[in-house]
Design a protein around this ligand. Sequence first.
Ligand SMILES: Nc1ncnc2c1ncn2[C@@H]1O[C@H](COP(=O)(O)OP(=O)(O)O)[C@@H](O)[C@H]1O
Ligand SMILES: C[C@@](O)(CCOP(=O)(O)O)CC(=O)O
Length: 442
Amino acid sequence: MVSAPGKVIVYGEHAVVYGKAAIAAALSLRSYLLVTPLPKTSRTLSLNFSDISLNHSWDIDSLPWAIFSKPGKKRYYFDTVERLDKELLETVKPLVAAIPGKVQQGAASAFLYLYLMLGSKHAPASIYTLRSAIPIGAGLGSSASISVCLSTALQLQMGTLATPFEGMLSNETQLQLKRINNWSFVGEMCIHGNPSGVDNTVATGGRAVLFKRTDYSLPPEVTHLRNFPELPLLLVDTKQPRRTAEQLANVRNMLNAHPEITQSMLDTIDRITAEAHDVISDPDFTSFSGSPSLSRLGELIRINHGLLVSLGVSHPKLERIRELIDHTGIGWTKLTGAGGGGCSITLLKPKVKANILEELDSKLRTEGFEKYQTTLGGDGVGVLWPAVVGDAETEITQEMFLGVEGMKGVEALVGVGAIGKGIRGWRFWREWIAEGSDFCLH
Ligand SMILES: Nc1ncnc2c1ncn2[C@@H]1O[C@H](COP(=O)(O)OP(=O)(O)O)[C@@H](O)[C@H]1O
Ligand SMILES: C[C@@](O)(CCOP(=O)(O)O)CC(=O)O
């Protein structure tokens, strides 16, 4: 079993697609993918992605291995992939055409593209069962989280990744994370076309990063934010579904229609992110009551949101949440992720009165919005090996994994926080963070 987190973009979404900087952090909400190997005589490959009711099988021997392994097409696990191959994508299309729904087809295409690239026609038959706590299409990086799970599980299965172990050399850990991230970026491209790579980078490595990719043929610049503060954040979901790909197209259209104005807004977002980075990197930064640095971060959040509204990626429901929160005066609000619906984040001022929060909670609930309790800056991708519970004697089966009720049940059975309750241990490729260093992760 593997698991990867979602993310919150605190500053810089959309602008990051155009080479500007963004600050993002891993979220405590995660996806879990269980791989159940089938007997050697079986040649069936099955997906059971229960959150989206995707249940589909293919015959491994009938997959288009020949075209995927043609010279010039075949890419190996150690290759860096910056774009999808159009012909290969076309080959995958008919394989997912029978699956109803764009959401389901996107996930199935990402899986098949990765399976055909990373596997071979002798690949083992397995069932891939996925459950995720991350709301889908809500700006919290659900697609990146599942792409990281798929990339990791397939590479572990094909033997090109090793389960992390104590004493694994730091270089080796970094190399493996780079490969996980590289192939999860491929999954992201299958799902939403033109990603910046910030989501999969955070879902892979966890913690918090300053991310920038000026040249898509080169790895992005990723700076680990070692002292990322525990920001008091309120996360609210509009429950308004939208697709990231559509929101990206809105900004692209805006850039085509008003190039200079749009470019200057993207540049301003870049400056906002840079200033926020300066504020949180200041050794005197504190989020205590009356702290000028917290107000500064808050103002930058407010300005960033205004620019996202101007870029055309807000939604009346996001504006309604912002209005309700602004009336209470408890903090500064912006949309997070692609917008057009999805989630907002509010940086809370210190010492907010409990009764104000309760009243707000009830208003949000009445209007159909959902509040999430989360923490930021946790672990990235991990593997539960062996996937056993209860004194390490019972193997986690597909029935067990699907049988538990809701995400609470999943978390209690296998959650990364369930260590010590019969779970022998999640292992993370953690040592990739060299203290205080900048590093490149593609
Ligand atoms: N739990 C899940 N199960 C299966 N597919 C998922 C899941 N979560 C996300 N996806 C895939 O990712 C897509 C959502 O990606 P996207 O529009 O980028 O939104 P988000 O902001 O949540 O990343 C879905 O359409 C689906 O293809
Ligand atoms: C809008 C963007 O900056 C973030 C999208 O995040 P999400 O898919 O809404 O979770 C796109 C990207 O960086 O790939």
